[in-house]
Design a protein around this ligand. Structure first.
Ligand code: PEP
Ligand code: MG
Length: 908
């Protein structure tokens, strides 16, 4: 068969400290499968099993179920025998049944996005065998009913399709609880569980017309294929798109012997982290439940207990549980199972040292024996990411380059967000306390359903608990608040991964979905009411809370210093005001790469003079209005130069089409006519005159300065005089004057002449001089082609990749959103080229423009000031293209600094 010819081994076994695969085979075995293999070789007790490779997933998508089963049958048979030998139980043996789990595992972890089937191998006979073997009827029947429920949902299509649909299995459970007047699953008797098994099978038969399969092999193949199918399920597809994972990766399938945490009080299950995933602190932590299965910990139905004694005490303080009650009802694993705790502690240490990164592990204790079910590099917040990388470096587990490469530059954004200002917070406003699951501050209007998270502009998704279905809504909301679930609940883990503020497990909240209301003691909060949550303290606060700039940690500063050691490109900022310049400088910007002068004209006191200038019919009239603008513009430049003392400041001459400055509404046109003492008709005529069919390709950029040289004159005067004024005060200004939208060398030369003549005139008058540069933006494709000529005159190039992208693709910057979504959905484009620099097309123009320019001026300074200058992948490309600097918005400066360092390290 042509599609399968290249595929080698399809099934990789592991168990008893041996494995066919290893940790380096993530692409083939998936992250989970590779780690299971690796853990075996490290001597960690892992339930035996096997991994079906990601290649088989792709193969299955091409050839279908039957052909895939035929290809796998022999290998899977042998692999099952391998598990049987280690576990001393037999698949399909009613007296001593081997039970297995079937789980997904893509090359990167996608928590909860794909399907899992547990307790596979049970049927009416095997359940008796399991009961006899374990001497625990209740456990056996509970496992069986869980299996039918899961298999029915995952494999037989019984999952509710919408939030209004009721889960048929949950409905049966609720019905039985009502009948029996009980509240908890744990109160079911063996007879109840047997009734559930019967009713579950019946509802499956009635709904699907199919009998629940009794043959374990049929169960196994059904589950394997369902896991493959879940790679293309809605949740997984959304998650993949969100993270940019390609559809052809596929998922592996991991089949493992079941071990049980619900076999009684000597059993349990939990999740643990080698360091704190929220803060990055080096403390072992996690949660567990006695007599429970894995999903019970994450589902948030029971309150999980802390693994360490220290963690338990901290938790009790936040949850307002007194010490006696804590010891009695919520003791730590360290206290009640000290031997197991010690063993677990050793394994977490081994695993962290081995993987040289923070691990997120799952474990089960079956009747006094500890099993590690999985380990992976733990998801973490931006703050934890920085602290862990720097700490691991200090602990000499990783070197400087690796520490830098551990940083996801975009995640630094989280650290730079505002936090609540304690001064604006009244104590009474704190209505309840939850767990500080994911740090940050969020204020928004309450919504209770994930698919309504965009109902208001800023929302707080408020749920009893969250589930993987809620992912999209969690992403849209400003913050997440849950009444149940601990620090490892779904909400907490996902929020940390997204860098979204989250407070979880706030038990005092009573959420009533039906009436869309949340009650806290006597207070009521309805949908749309404002609340604030503090993911760093766990506080839930009524109303809106003012915010302030965050304080950056010492580790953050260390990271920045390290970045500068390796980066070869400088990072500048795009800033139009002294305030922006100040922020950027505090983030380490080494100059300004773009000041857009037009923004200065929109302020109330200037727009009138600007309009007067535009409406003037004569040069004299225009010059008169420009004279009014000059001192204002000069003052702005002085402010910016002062803030950027000693650093280069690139100021771009006026760029946008003039019609953007004139009023288009009748009322404001009337006002303007009155102010200028001209007729309304004259204003209207001028506005009509300025109308352009294609303003982005019209009278803008250097075309303005070339048709109205007096504008360039005024701006050059303001720049040079501002720099001289500062010089007189002992402050060094380094202006770099930039001409926009140049497409021909003459456009540049004409502007250059005006600027130089203006400067010389002023120098003469003031009997003083300053150094300045004149450069150009490269944002018109023609400029790329004639860059060698332009560079003979220009001191520097700055790529304006916003316009360059617009003109290379022929996509209007202002209208692309109309089709971009569809293009991305259909895969016509893989990324929005206005966000991520298109290396194949626009990128080639950048390379060509740089090479052409440097062919006549070898030391030509080249930078970028389009939006791409702060986007990590684009920054990497700029490094490869040999740029001297990138320029980006102030808050992206730290991101670009790390991205520049990473690019330099990667290209070493
Ligand atoms: C650009 O075109 O990339 C640029 C920086 O200029 P503007 O966005 O102001 O057109
Ligand atoms: Mg531009």
């Amino acid at each position: 068969m042509e599609t399968t010819a290249e595929i080698g081994t399809r099934v990789y076994k592991f168990g008893d400290k041996q494995a066919d695969g290893n940790g380096g085979m993530k692409n083939l075995l998936g992250g989970k499968g590779a780690n299971l293999a690796e853990m075996n070789t490290l001597g960690i007790p892992v339930p035996p099993g096997f991994t079906i490779t990601t290649e088989v997933c792709a193969e299955y998508n091409k050839i279908g179920k039957k052909a895939t089963v035929d290809l796998l049958k022999e290998d899977v048979n042998l692999a099952i025998q391998h598990i049987e030998e280690i576990m001393g139980a037999t698949f399909n043996d009613p007296d001593n049944p081997l039970l297995i789990s079937v789980r997904s595992g893509a090359r990167v972890s996608m928590p909860g996005m794909m399907d899992t089937v547990l307790n596979l191998g049970l049927n009416d006979k095997a359940v008796q065998g399991l009961a006899k073997m374990t001497g625990n009827d209740r456990f056996a029947w509970d496992s069986y009913r869980r299996f039918i429920q899961m298999y029915g949902s995952v494999v037989m299509g019984m999952k509710p399709k919408t939030k209004e649909d009721i889960d048929p299995f949950e409905e049966i459970i609720e019905h039985l609880k009502e009948k029996r007047h009980i509240q908890l699953d744990t109160e079911f008797t063996v007879q109840d569980l047997q009734d559930l098994v019967y009713d579950f099978k019946e509802v499956i038969r009635k709904t699907t017309g199919l009998k629940f399969p009794t043959d374990p092999w049929e169960q196994l193949w059904g589950s394997v294929m369902a896991v493959f199918d879940s790679w293309n399920g809605d949740r997984a597809v959304y998650y993949r798109k969100m993270h940019g994972y390609p559809p052809d990766w596929g998922t592996a399938v991991n089949v493992q012997a079941m071990v049980y945490g619900n076999m009684g009080d000597n059993s349990g299950t939990g999740v643990c982290f080698t360091r704190d995933a929220a803060t990055g602190e080096n403390v072992f932590n996690g949660e567990y439940l006695i007599n429970a299965q894995g999903e019970d910990v994450v589902a948030g139905v029971r309150t999980p207990q802390q693994i360490t004694k220290q963690g338990s005490k901290q938790w009790a303080k936040l949850a307002q549980v007194v010490e006696d009650e804590r010891q009695d009802q919520f003791p730590s694993l360290e206290e009640i199972m000290p031997r197991i705790y010690k063993e677990l502690y050793t394994y977490q240490d081994t695993l962290e040292k081995h993987y040289r990164d923070m691990q997120d592990m799952e474990f089960t204790i079956q009747d006094g024996k500890l099993w590690i079910l999985q380990t992976r590099n733990g998801k973490r917040t931006g703050a934890a990411m920085v602290k862990i990388a720097i700490d691991l470096l200090k602990e000499e587990l990783i070197d400087e380059k690796e520490a830098l490469l551990r940083i996801e530059p975009n995640k630094l954004d989280e650290l730079l967000h505002p936090v609540f200002d304690p001064a604006g917070l009244e104590k009474d406003d704190i209505v309840a306390q939850g767990l500080p699951a994911s740090p940050g501050a969020a204020t928004g209007q309450i919504v209770f359903f994930a698919d309504e998270a965009d109902k208001f502009k800023n929302t707080i998704l408020t749920r009893i608990e969250t589930s993987p279905e809620d992912l999209e809504g969690m992403n849209l909301a400003k913050g997440i608040l849950t009444a149940r679930g601990g620090m490892t609940s779904h909400a907490a883990v996902v929020a940390r991964g997204m860098g979204k503020c989250c407070v979880s497990g706030a038990g005092a909240l009573k959420i009533d979905y039906k009436n869309r209301v949340m009650r806290v003691e006597k207070k009521e909060f309805h949908e749309g009411d404002w609340i604030s949550i503090n993911g760093t303290t766990g506080n839930i606060i009524e109303g809106k809370v003012p915010t302030m700039e965050p304080e950056l940690s010492g580790e953050f500063a260390e990271l920045m210093k390290l970045s500068d050691k390796y980066a070869t490109m400088e990072v500048r900022t795009n800033a139009d005001t002294p305030k922006d310049a100040k922020v950027a400088r505090s983030f380490g910007a080494l100059g300004i790469g773009l000041t857009r002068t037009e923004h200065m004209f929109f302020e109330v006191d200037r727009i009138m003079a600007m309009r007067e200038m535009i409406l003037a019919d004569t040069i004299k009239g225009r010059k008169f209005a420009l004279k009014e603008l000059l001192p204002m513009q000069q003052k702005d430049f002085e402010g910016i130069f002062e803030m950027m003392e000693g650093l280069p400041v690139t100021i771009r001459l006026l760029d946008p089409p003039l019609h953007e400055f004139v009023p288009h509404q009748l009322a404001t046109q009337k006002e303007l006519a009155e102010d200028l003492h001209i007729s309304l008709a004259a204003v209207k005529n001028k506005v009509a005159d300025l109308h352009e069919f294609n303003p982005m390709l019209g009278h803008r950029g250097c075309r303005l300065g070339n048709t109205y040289p007096e504008i360039t004159e005024m701006q050059a005067t303001a720049i040079i005089q501002a720099a001289l004024n500062l010089k007189a005060k002992g402050i060094m200004a380094k202006p770099e004057i930039m001409i926009p939208l140049v497409g021909t060398v003459n456009e540049f030369v004409e502007q250059e002449k005006i600027i130089r003549a203006t400067a010389e005139k002023i120098f003469k008058k003031r009997k003083d001089r300053i150094d300045y540069l004149i450069g150009t933006m490269i944002e018109v494709p023609r400029a790329v082609m004639v860059a060698a000529e332009i560079a003979k005159h220009a001191d520097f190039f700055s790529f304006g990749t916003n316009d360059l992208t617009q003109m290379a693709y022929g996509y209007s910057r202002d209208d692309a959103s109309k089709f971009m979504k569809v293009y991305l959905e259909k895969g016509i484009l893989t990324e929005d080229p206005f966000e991520v620099l298109d290396r194949e097309g626009v990128g080639q123009l950048v390379v060509m423009g740089t090479e052409n320019g440097r062919s006549t001026k070898p030391d030509l300074k080249v930078g970028i000031c389009g939006e791409h200058g702060g986007e990590p992948k684009s920054v990497e490309f700029c490094h490869q293209a040999g740029m001297n600097y990138v320029s980006c918005s102030p808050y992206r400066v730290p991101i670009a600094r790390v991205a520049a360092a990473q690019a330099a390290i990667r290209s070493d």
